[in-house]
Design a protein around this ligand. Structure first.
Ligand code: 5RP
Length: 219
């Protein structure tokens, strides 16, 4: 095995351990938000193995399909006014708990699910921990007036990914980052921005970090 193959294996083990620890937090009868991405891909079988009577909502069509294939009960996110718990991955986690999310283009739905959840649990491998958040910050923009929106925001580049399931255009903010709270406010306040990938620490209940063969918890 080459060094890079060993590193990939190591990261995958960390993702799996964090995801399996998070699956244990789910209890009988709960409503559960399911995130999106390769770390959540380890959560779904771990949750399905527990054979609990739970009701799930998914943050992406990919998660919806895989979760259903695994026998989880997944419903559309309508007629449900709150979730007991949601579990999702992240692209970056800073020392105070700010997250950058949206590498998979699902941050709009992920943020709605996070905001609706009583407990929002983030699962990451140790390589997602950063000292300082870095750009790009994923954005979902309305197509209407998109060039004017980009002009107000500064350095915003379109990703050329397919439009989101909610009709938005996916892009990345590459301008100065500075204080994440200030940037989050500016992005949220700009007309035409549907949502951005900065998630504040106040939204996050627990961060489970796979570290070697163990899982470290941050509350
Ligand atoms: C998708 C996300 C994912 O949670 C994030 O990109 C992490 O993904 P992965 O677990 O594959 O590293 O925000 O929009």
């Amino acid at each position: 095995m080459t060094k890079s193959e060993a590193e990939i294996l190591h990261i995958e083990t960390e993702k799996r351990l964090a995801a399996e620890a998070a699956a244990e937090l789910v209890e009988e009868g709960m409503t559960v938000g399911l995130g999106t991405g390769s770390t959540v891909a380890y959560l779904l079988p771990a949750l399905a193995r527990r054979k609990l009577e739970i009701s799930c909502v998914a943050t992406s069509l990919a998660t919806f399909d895989v979760a259903r294939e695994m026998g989880l009960r997944v419903q559309p996110f309508t007629g449900i006014d709150h979730l007991d718990i949601a579990i999702d991955g992240a692209d970056q986690v800073d020392p105070v708990g700010w997250l950058v999310k949206g590498g998979g283009g699902a941050h709009t739905r992920e943020k709605i699910v996070a905001g609706a959840s009583q407990r929002y649990v983030v699962i990451v491998s140790s390589n997602k921990l950063v000292d300082t958040l870095a750009v790009p910050i994923p954005l979902e923009l309305l197509a209407f007036g998109i060039d004017a929106t980009r002009c107000q925001l500064g350095d915003v580049r379109l990703t050329h990914a397919p439009i989101s399931p909610d009709g938005g255009v996916l892009a990345g903010y590459f301008g100065p980052l500075g204080d994440p709270a200030k940037l989050a406010c500016r992005l949220s306040a700009t007309p035409g921005v549907v949502s951005h990938g900065l998630f504040p620490p106040t939204m996050v209940s627990d961060i489970l970090v796979g570290h070697g063969n163990q899982v470290n918890w941050r509350h």
